[in-house]
Design a protein. Structure first.
Length: 618
C-alpha cells in the first residue's frame, strides 16, 4: 500500500519514522476519552470486581507499613489471623506510586481514586507498543494505525484497561503482547530476550498466563527444530526466562509463597522455569544439524521436564488451587468465568469469539503469502499462537481478553491484504462494498452489529433485573458508607461482599472469593444454607458482631437454591430469629443489618420484624 505526500506532509515519513510519537498521541486520546467517560466511576470509587477492591486494600496496607513480603490480608477473617493472598507486590507498585505522587495535591481519598483511574492505563501503552511493533515487523511499517483500530474493537481486552480495573490482568496482557512482539522480532537474540523476560514478569505477577508462556516456549523450540539458526533465539530466551523468574521470585515472592504451593511463583514453578530455561540453553548448544535429531532432542527434554515435574511435585498435578472437593463443588466450579465458551449464551460470547476467528484466518492467510520469505517462520509462530489462544476459549471463557488481543496481528494483516485487493477492482460497487465489508470484519465492528440480531436467552421472569440491580446497589458507596456510623466490628456477610466491605468501610469481613480463604468460604456457605440453629456457632468462631446481607445479590440465589429451608432462605422470607437485633440504615437501603445477640437463647422463629436500633456513636 503506497502512501503519497499531501500538501508537503509526508504521511509515510510520519507513520514510519515518527510512529512512536503518533502512537503515544493516540494513547493520550484514549486516556482522555476513558477519564471523561469514567469520571463518575472514579469519583465514587466504583471498583466493580472483588479483585480490584482487594488490590486497593493491599496497596493501602503496604502504604500503612505492612511488610513488603507480607501479603496476608488481616481484615478478612481477623479472628483467625486473616489469610494469605497468592499475589505479588509487583502490580501494587504503580498504584502506590500514583497515590504517593498525587496525595500532596489532591489529598488521600482523591489520590486513591485517581490512582485507580490512571493505573490501568499504564499497561495499555505497553500493549499498544508491542502490537504496533508486531504489525510493523510483519505486515507493514504503516499498518500500526489499523492495529490500533482493531485493538479498540477488542471489547473484552479493553475492559481490562478501563479506569478502576486495577487488578493484574492488564499487566499480564501487556506481557503477552510483548511476547508476541518478541516472536515477530527478526533479531533473534532480542526476540528471545523479549519473550523470556515478558514471561518471567507475567509469572511473577501470577500464573494466569502460564499456558501462554508454555506455548511461547514450544513455539521457540519448534522454530529451532525447523531452522537451527534460531538456536540463538532459544538460548537467550532460556537464559532470560530462568534468570528473570529467579529475580522475580527473589524480589516479589511473599513469605507465604516460599513453600511448595502450586498457585503462584513458588519454589515449585521457580524450579520448573529455571530447569526449562537451562535445558533450552543447553539444547541450543547441541551440534544437531538434522531436523529429526533436533526434534528427538526436544522430545527428550520436554519429556524430562514433564516426568521431573510429576516426580518432584505430584501435589501439583491436579488443580493448582489445591482446594478440597467440597470447596470446588460448592464454589470454584461455579465461577462463571471458569466455564467454557460453549456453556454461555451465544448473544454474550459471539462478540468475544468473532475477532479471534478473524485473527486466525488472517494469520493463516499471511503465513501462506509469506511462505517463501524471511517472515514465514514469524507468521507461522503468530498463527500458531493465535490459534492456541482461540482454542483456550473452549476451556475457559476468561481467556477471551487474551484471545481477542492476540487476534490483532492476523486481523490487521487480513485488512492490509484484502482491502487493497478490493480497491483495485474495476466495478465501483465491488470496490466500495468489498472494502467496507473487509474493514468491518477485520476491525470487529461487524460482531457488535450482528450481536443485536442474535436471540437472547429467556431467563426466569424478573430475576436478572432484580439481581443486577442488587449487585450494583449494594456495592455503592452511598449504600456502604452509612455502616461507618457503627463502631468498627467484624461483619458476617456474603463472600463477594468481603473485599468491598473492607475497602469502603472501617469494618472487617469474614471471607473473600480467594481459594486460600477456602475454610472461611465454606463457613459462610454452611452458615447461610444450613439450619438457623447453627449460624451463631459459625459466626462466633469468627467473632462476628453483626450480620449484613444484600437480599437479592447474585450470590444469595445459590443460598436459596441449595438451602430452601436454610438460614438465609428464612431471612429472605422475613423469618428473623429473636437473637438478631435490627440495626438502623438509611431509608431504601438495599442492605439489611442486624447485631448478633449471643446472650439470648434460641426461640421459635417469628415473621415479625422488630424496630431497627439507631446506630451508637462510634
Amino acid at each position: 500500500m503506497k502512501l503519497k505526500a499531501v500538501g508537503g506532509f509526508r504521511l509515510d515519513h510520519e507513520l514510519n519514522r515518527h510512529w512512536l510519537g503518533w502512537m503515544l498521541a493516540f494513547w493520550g486520546c484514549v486516556v482522555a476519552w476513558y477519564l471523561i467517560q469514567r469520571e463518575g466511576n472514579i469519583h465514587w470509587l466504583v471498583l466493580t470486581d472483588t479483585d480490584d477492591n482487594l488490590r486497593l486494600a493491599q496497596v493501602r496496607a503496604l502504604l500503612a507499613g505492612q511488610g513488603w513480603y507480607d501479603l496476608r490480608q488481616y481484615r478478612l477473617d481477623p479472628a483467625l489471623g486473616g489469610f494469605d493472598i497468592h499475589w505479588s507486590r509487583l502490580v501494587d507498585l504503580p498504584i502506590a506510586g500514583l497515590i504517593l505522587l498525587l496525595r500532596p495535591f489532591l489529598g488521600v481519598e482523591a489520590a486513591e481514586r485517581w490512582a485507580c483511574g490512571l493505573a490501568p492505563l499504564l499497561p495499555l501503552i505497553v500493549t499498544m507498543t508491542a502490537l504496533a511493533l508486531t504489525v510493523r515487523r510483519l505486515v507493514s511499517p504503516y499498518a500500526w494505525p489499523m492495529a490500533m483500530l482493531v485493538l479498540m474493537s477488542c471489547t473484552s481486552t479493553m475492559a481490562m484497561y478501563a479506569p478502576m480495573r486495577i487488578d493484574h490482568h492488564g499487566w499480564q496482557l501487556a506481557c503477552l503482547a510483548m511476547a508476541v512482539a518478541g516472536l515477530a522480532d527478526p533479531n533473534r537474540a532480542r526476540g528471545g530476550a523479549t519473550v523470556g523476560l515478558s514471561s518471567a514478569v507475567s509469572l511473577t505477577i501470577g500464573l494466569e498466563m502460564l499456558p501462554y508462556c508454555a506455548m511461547a516456549d514450544g513455539i521457540i523450540v519448534l522454530r529451532w527444530i525447523w531452522d537451527r539458526a534460531d538456536a540463538r533465539r532459544m538460548a537467550v530466551h532460556g537464559l532470560t526466562l530462568a534468570g528473570g523468574s529467579a529475580i522475580g521470585f527473589a524480589l516479589f515472592a511473599s513469605d507465604a509463597n516460599q513453600v511448595l504451593r502450586c498457585d503462584a511463583l513458588t519454589p515449585v514453578w521457580l524450579s520448573v522455569m529455571v530447569a526449562t530455561g537451562s535445558l533450552l540453553f543447553a539444547m541450543s548448544l547441541a551440534p544437531a544439524n538434522s531436523r529429526w535429531v533436533r526434534f528427538a532432542l526436544a522430545a527428550v527434554v520436554g519429556g524430562a521436564i514433564v516426568v521431573g515435574f510429576a516426580l518432584f511435585f505430584p501435589q501439583c498435578l491436579g488443580r493448582p488451587e489445591q482446594v478440597s472437593d467440597e470447596l470446588a463443588r460448592t464454589w470454584l466450579n461455579n465461577v462463571r468465568e471458569a466455564r467454557p465458551i460453549y456453556k454461555h449464551p451465544l448473544k454474550n460470547v459471539f462478540p468475544m469469539a468473532a475477532l479471534p476467528v478473524v485473527g486466525i484466518i488472517g494469520a493463516l492467510l499471511a503465513t501462506w503469502r509469506a511462505r517463501r520469505t524471511a517472515a514465514a517462520s514469524a507468521w507461522a509462530a503468530i498463527a500458531l499462537f493465535t490459534t492456541f489462544a482461540g482454542a483456550m476459549l473452549l476451556w475457559q471463557v476468561r481467556a477471551g481478553p487474551a484471545a481477542q488481543m492476540l487476534s490483532v496481528p492476523g486481523a490487521t494483516a487480513l485488512a492490509w491484504i484484502a482491502i487493497p485487493w478490493f480497491l483495485k477492482r474495476t466495478n465501483v460497487a465491488v470496490r466500495i462494498i468489498g472494502a467496507l465489508v473487509v474493514f468491518l470484519i477485520a476491525t470487529g465492528l461487524f460482531a457488535g452489529l450482528t450481536q443485536k440480531l442474535l436471540p437472547a436467552d429467556k431467563p426466569a421472569k424478573g430475576v436478572p433485573s432484580k439481581v443486577g440491580k442488587a449487585n450494583a446497589a449494594c456495592a455503592r458507596l452511598s449504600s456502604l458508607l452509612p455502616l461507618n456510623a457503627y463502631p468498627k466490628a467484624t461483619l458476617f456477610s456474603h463472600v463477594d461482599m468481603g473485599p468491598r466491605l473492607i475497602t469502603t468501610t472501617h469494618h472487617d469481613a469474614i471471607a473473600g472469593p480467594y481459594h486460600r480463604n477456602g475454610a472461611a468460604i465454606l463457613d459462610v456457605h454452611h452458615a447461610f444454607t444450613g439450619p438457623t440453629s447453627e449460624f451463631r456457632g459459625i459466626a462466633a468462631r469468627h467473632k462476628a458482631q453483626y450480620l449484613l446481607i444484600c437480599p437479592d445479590m447474585s450470590e444469595t440465589t445459590i443460598y436459596r437454591s441449595r438451602g430452601p429451608r436454610g438460614f438465609f432462605s428464612q431471612l429472605y422470607r422475613g423469618q428473623v430469629p429473636n437473637w438478631l437485633e435490627p440495626m438502623a440504615l438509611p431509608a431504601n437501603s438495599p442492605l439489611k443489618l442486624w447485631r448478633i445477640r449471643y446472650d439470648l437463647p434460641d426461640a421459635p422463629v417469628s415473621g415479625r420484624s422488630r424496630p431497627a436500633q439507631r446506630p451508637a456513636r462510634p
